[in-house]
Design a protein around this ligand. Structure first.
Ligand SMILES: C[S@@+](CC[C@H](N)C(=O)[O-])C[C@H]1O[C@@H](n2cnc3c(N)ncnc32)[C@H](O)[C@@H]1O
Length: 394
């Protein structure tokens, strides 16, 4: 069992001249597989074996983290630290809420994904009880050239004195239950994080996207954030930082949607176009707002698809052209697709049970066009839609 001081000494070694040279040699290289093994054997004749092992581990994580951080090649990660870290595009978006805060406490700062963004405009104290993460947070702040505005504190966040701090960000560790993310099970719990607002007015909490709307008190904002239509996280904002009740934010473009009062939206059969809302819009409960903005209608009371007669273009939904729309009938489906010259389908299932892989196998497609087959419900009836992507605007 490696002790924390031993582990820290090994990371420190990676920042000493031999470690720096080795990491520079590995930069941009694929250190996995057979090629990685050969390279590792060669390098062990020049560098200590443990240093080579640690540098390879770091290089592999840097390679993976490239999708999250523009400076991943200069950063340090543990596997868990990288997995839990906020991506730069999200942390940068969040930074704007803290404008004007001179001193922010980043509680549970991990390897510093949020810290490096927050410290661009403010002094930040990063707190974590994992000394390895804390060491990495400080190094990573240097990689982003904000090290002089960052202090790190090895402590349990529940014991930290917040006097002198004028805003808090907390990203509690999420616990998993048999591999499945269960909401509410964070460390420290969301209820404790919400209570921070009694000590410091401006509080932001990062939470899993499954956070129920009633997990925060009235007056707080829940913001649901997606990146490239991939649901990433929720953030809860205390009343002093809130600007709406719920918000959907779509990154990287930064489109943002809040509820606007309006009439209930009609529920009708599908028309010529199908709108598939961004998952952040759906999680924020703002599907009807997209319908009101675009003149679309719902195809079912419970299902988050909208429809319209015109090719609506909105950042808040993907629009598809409907080329076939009928009650779900699996037996007739291969013939319908054959007549439409469909040779490949992406199956999108919402509100209708079924084994997508088994269906794929049964379709036996041979046409020349690619389509999206939507298995869903329309006005509470099982329904099938065959759709094409809208051509890019000319
Ligand atoms: C989700 S990660 C933080 C990720 C970070 N925001 C980032 O973007 O890199 C959670 C961190 O909380 C720390 N942690 C959990 N409970 C804690 C506690 N009670 N006190 C201090 N740190 C804690 C863990 O050690 C872990 O590093």
């Amino acid at each position: 069992m490696v002790t924390e001081p031993e582990l820290l000494a090994r990371y420190e070694a990676l920042t000493a001249p031999a470690g720096v040279e080795l990491l520079a040699l590995l930069a941009g290289q694929d250190v996995t597989g057979a090629a990685g093994m050969r390279l590792s054997t060669r390098l062990r004749s020049r560098f200590p074996a443990q240093l080579v092992i640690d540098a390879f581990g770091q290089q592999e994580l840097r390679g993976r983290a490239g999708g999250k951080f523009s400076r991943a090649d200069q950063m340090f990660f543990t596997r868990a630290g990288w997995e839990q870290a906020s991506a730069e595009v999200v942390a940068e978006h969040r930074r704007a809420r803290y404008r004007g805060a001179a001193h922010i406490a980043d509680l549970c700062c991990g390897i510093g994904g949020d810290l490096v963004a927050l410290a661009r405009d403010s002094h930040v104290t990063g707190v974590d009880r994992d000394p390895v993460h804390l060491w990495m947070a400080a190094r990573n702040a240097r990689a982003y050239e904000v090290g002089e505005r960052v202090i790190t504190l090895d402590a349990d966040v529940r014991d930290v004195d917040l006097s002198g701090v004028d805003a808090v960000f907390v990203d509690p560790a999420r616990r998993t239950d048999r591999g499945r993310k269960r909401f509410g099970d964070s460390d420290p719990p969301v209820a404790w994080c919400v209570g921070l607002a009694e000590r410091v007015e401006r509080v932001g909490i990062k939470a899993a996207p499954g956070i129920p709307h009633d997990a925060v008190p009235a007056g707080w904002e829940l913001e649901f954030v997606s990146v490239d239509r991939d649901m990433k996280e929720a953030a809860a904002w205390s009343p002093a930082l809130a600007t709406a009740a719920t918000r959907a934010t779509l990154l990287p473009a930064g489109h943002t949607l809040v509820a606007t009062p309006g009439d209930p939206v009609d529920v009708r059969d599908p028309g010529a176009y199908l709108l598939d809302p961004d998952p952040a819009v759906t999680r924020a409960g703002l599907v009807e707002d997209v319908a009101r903005r675009t003149g679309a209608w719902k195809i079912d009371d419970q299902i988050a698809f909208l429809s319209s007669d015109s090719p609506v273009r909105t950042p808040f939904a993907r629009t598809l052209q409907v080329i076939d729309s009928a009650p779900w009938n699996q037996k007739q489906l291969p013939e319908r697709l054959r007549r439409l010259d469909i040779g490949a389908v992406d199956i999108r299932r919402r509100g209708l049970a079924g084994d997508v892989d088994a269906l794929h196998r049964k379709l036996k497609l041979s046409g020349s066009r690619r389509a999206t087959l939507v298995m869903t419900r329309s006005r509470d009836r099982p329904w099938a839609l065959v759709c094409l992507d809208l051509p890019a605007p000319g």
